[in-house]
Design a protein around this ligand. Structure first.
Ligand code: AMP
Length: 220
């Protein structure tokens, strides 16, 4: 199973990709997580990428595509027989690059699952999001607050707000999404891969809808 999750920032791609990876026993590949890993380890790529990430801008296509090509080529993807991509592609050229990478390995995508959430709800989700820097658990100041204020329920670390979840940066991310990422919806619709799911419902229901949408493709 080779899947792409599409959706605005805050649509729940990370949560849903984790659930789908467990369901299908495939590898979860998050470009945001890969860039944060590089940034936290001070690699050359991480230092470069961080300049874009903190501004809410996209890292240049060439760097991103190379990182994804390397990741897809790792042995766990072949062993587990597939992946769910979370946060890639984010531009039409990245979508074209992904097709080329897969074609060079005689592979193709099975489905592109689009998690639709209205923009005002995305903004509310992002600005209120808090994350645990230690175990990566996610919280929300209104919808999912921790038992003890600003403290992770799981590991007790102090919660933080991601720098790119600050209000001004969120505005930029939503604009970048509209301008650069949303054209991928038409791009994948045209080739018959797009399946749209309502992302404005409880996470477990979104997961069920995604599994049904992807499962239908697998059965076709
Ligand atoms: P995310 O965690 O998916 O919201 O990604 C965090 C940041 O990483 C984004 O705001 C971008 O700066 C960068 N990033 C992640 N994926 C991509 C991508 N496919 N293309 C360019 N930049 C990306």
């Amino acid at each position: 199973m080779r899947l792409v999750l599409l959706g605005g920032p805050g649509a729940g791609k990370g949560t849903q990709a984790t659930a789908l990876a467990q369901h299908w026993h495939i590898v979860h590949i998050s470009t945001g997580d890969l860039f944060r890993y590089h940034r936290d380890h001070g690699t050359e790529l991480g230092v470069l990428a961080n300049q874009y990430m903190t501004q809410g801008q996209l890292v240049p296509d060439e760097l991103t595509e190379k990182m994804v090509e390397d990741r897809i080529g790792q042995s766990d993807v072949a062993v587990q027989g597939g992946f769910v991509l979370d946060g890639f592609p984010r531009t039409v050229p990245q979508g074209q690059a992904l097709s080329a990478i897969l074609a060079s390995q005689h592979q193709h995508l099975d489905a592109v699952l689009y998690i639709f959430v209205p923009e005002e709800i995305l903004e509310e989700r992002l600005v209120g999001r808090r994350v645990c820097p230690k175990c990566q658990a996610n919280y929300h100041v209104t919808f999912h607050s921790p038992r003890v204020a600003d403290t992770c329920d799981t590991c007790g670390a102090a919660l933080i707000q991601r720098e790119d979840d600050r209000p001004l940066t969120v505005q930029t991310r939503l604009r970048v999404y509209q301008e650069q990422t949303s054209p991928l919806i038409a791009f994948y619709e045209k080739v018959g891969l797009l399946r749209t799911v309502d992302g404005n419902q409880p996470p477990e229901r979104v997961t069920r809808a995604l599994v049904a949408a992807a499962g239908k493709v697998a059965d076709d």
